[in-house]
Every structure is written in C-alpha cells, then in structure tokens.
Design a protein around this ligand. Structure first.
Ligand code: UDP
Ligand code: MG
Length: 336
C-alpha cells in the first residue's frame, strides 16, 4: 500500500478538504518557494485532507510567476490572482470566500508565522473551541515602531470589544467554517474576526505561536497602521455592535446635551433674577447656545448614521476585491 497516498490524499474536486489554509501574498517572491514547502510539509504531517489558497494581492514583483509554478506542481494549491492590490484584509476575504474546508486557517506569506503551529491550533479547536487565535508572545518586529503601538492598540481593542485576547493582529488563526458565514471584511478589519465571532456566541481562545523575523522582502506597514486600526475599531463597535440603532447612541448624547443647555440657561436666569448679573457678563448663555447646537447636531448625526447604516447593510453585495484569474491543477479560470 502506498503510505504517502494514505497520509496526504490528493484533493478530489468532488470532495471538500478538511483544512483550508489561506495566505495573502503581496511582493513575496523570495518567500514563496520555502513558504510552500514548509506549509506543505506541516500539512502533510497532520493526516487531514487540505487545500492551500494563495491570494496574489496584485504583486508587482515575480510573485505571480512563482505562485503559478507552485500551483502547477501541486493540485491542492489554488492561486487566486486579484486584479490589483486591494490590501491584506481584502486578500484574506478572497481566501475565505474560496475556502471549502471545515476548518479555515489564515496565515502570513512571509514565514513570520510558522506553519508548524497549525497542528497546535487544531488540537486546541478540538478541545471545543470555534476560534483559536495566535499570540506572538515573543514578537520579532521593530520594538518602538511596531510592537509598542500594537500593544497599546491591543489593550484598547480588548477594552472596547470585551473580547480579551493579547494579539488581535496575528494573522495565524484557526476558524470553524460556520463562524465565518456572513463575515464581511474591509479596511484593517481582519483582526476583528474573533471579536465578531465571540459577539455571535462562538467560543474563542488563544495560544502562543512562534514568530520569526522577516528574512526576505519588507513589511508593508508602519506606524500609520495603528491609527487605521483604532479608527476601524470605532467603525466595528458602531456598525456591528450597535448596528441596531445608532440613533440611540447619538440621540441619547444629543438629548443629554440639550438638557444641559436648558440647565445652563436656567442657571444664567437665576443669576440674573437673584443676583442681578446681566446675561452679557457671564459665559453661561453662550455655553447654553453651544450645548443646544451640539445636541441638535448630534441628533442629526444619529439620523445620518441610521441612514448610512441601512445603506451599509443593503449594499453588502459590493465586492471588496476583484479577481483576475484563478489557477489550479493546470486549469485557469478568469475571474469576475
Ligand atoms: N499583504 C497583502 N497585501 C498588502 C499588504 C500585505 O496581501 O497590501 C500580505 C503580505 O504579503 C503578507 C501579509 O499580508 O503575507 C502580512 O504583511 P506584512 O508581513 O507586510 O505585515 P507585518 O507582518 O509587517 O504586519
Ligand atoms: Mg510580516
């Protein structure tokens, strides 16, 4: 009997693999050969059927050719070439949309994540979790430029979301398929998937994973990313957590502001009547007018948010990426 075939059954188009590993690739030409080998070896050691979905996010180097070579050499590999660079989150979304496995595992393409950790993530899932998130406890990135700001961002996300993990930004995670149903990602939101999942009742945990320094190529990010992450956190909190009624949030604040304006005005009136202080001589009337205006604006913003919210939910069909072509098993399919 051919043991190799038993250990790594080749992908049969009629049968979905158990594991889908998906990797966004943007200008990683020197990492691709080793990335594929290490990932393949790790997956072959797991005795599950698997597929590897490599999403080429509009690379401008020779990643495109390298990826096609990998696809030509292994039927279990599918390469999705996006039509241009859409960003890591959109590339991940393309991978998730095309993943057919029961378990979906996103990972980075620069070998900073270690494919050898995939087995550990799976064991943890088997303990009864729906999401296992990687924690780069010993992170090998620039301390001041990357690690410190992301520590602050992680604390903030933990606090605001109420879903307590150490490292939301670690790409290496494992999801049960159903957790991802209906998830739409854009901006910097890939890191928030465990949060949506937990809000929807999924059991979420984390384990420490190995993190390697980047050997080839460059990181695509700097400090500006933290700002985007923090702003996206606001979006996530409002659009997803309070998607029911933003008017309650803005309107509540607006009414409190108008009530404070009324009290301030009463105070100014009391001063005038009992102490004879003229309106012109205290800042209170001005303050009252400002608070009133802020209150009205806030209520109007709430209405606007309601309208946007509705538009947002009704425009979910809008794609966050476009596919150029898909390559697998010698076949090329043109995309959307
Ligand atoms: N990436 C991508 N599109 C982009 C930027 C990055 O697909 O526009 C990929 C990149 O090739 C890598 C992963 O996203 O596989 C993480 O990127 P990077 O290593 O630059 O981020 P860092 O590890 O520095 O956070
Ligand atoms: Mg990296």
């Amino acid at each position: 009997m051919n043991m190799d075939a038993a250990i790594s059954p080749s992908a049969d188009a009629s049968q979905n693999p158990y594991l889908s590993v998906t990797i966004p690739i943007y200008n990683e030409e020197d990492n691709i050969p080793l990335l594929y080998q290490r990932t393949r070896d790790a997956l072959d050691g797991l005795k599950h059927t698997w597929e590897l979905i490599l999403v080429n996010d509009g690379s401008k180097d020779r990643s495109t050719e390298r990826l096609d070579e990998v696809a030509a050499s292994d039927d279990r590999v599918r390469v999705i070439h996006l039509s241009r660079n859409f960003g890591q989150t959109a590339a991940l979304m393309a991978g998730l949309d095309h993943a057919r496995g029961e378990i979906v595992i996103p990972m980075d393409g620069d070998l900073q994540n270690d494919p050898a950790d995939i087995g550990k993530l799976l064991s943890r899932l088997d303990e009864g979790y729906d999401v296992v998130s990687g924690w780069r406890k010993d992170r090998k990135d620039a301390a001041i430029k990357r690690n410190l700001p992301s520590r602050i961002a992680n604390d903030l996300i933990s606090h605001v979301s109420g879903v307590h993990l150490h490292d939301y930004g670690c790409s290496l995670k494992a999801y049960r398929r159903n957790v991802l149903d209906g998830v739409k990602l854009y901006g910097e939101m890939h890191r928030f998937v465990p949060i949506y999942a937990a809000w929807n009742g999924a059991r979420v945990t984390e384990i420490e994973v190995t993190h390697h320094p980047r050997i080839h190529g460059e990181s695509k990010y700097g400090l500006e990313r933290v700002i985007k992450v923090v702003l996206d956190l606001l979006v996530v909190k409002f659009l997803f957590k309070y998607s029911g009624k933003p008017i309650y949030v803005f309107g509540g604040f607006g009414m409190a502001s108008i009530a404070t304006a009324a009290l301030t005005l009463l105070w100014a009136l009391a001063l005038k009547i009992f102490e004879g202080v003229s309106f012109i001589l205290t800042p209170l009337p001005t303050l009252a007018v400002m608070l009133f205006a802020i209150g009205i604006l806030s209520i109007l913003m709430g209405l606007l948010a309601e309208m946007l919210n509705r538009t947002y939910h009704e425009s979910q069909a809008k794609p966050v990426y476009r596919i150029g072509r898909i390559v697998q098993a010698g076949r090329i399919r043109e995309g959307n």
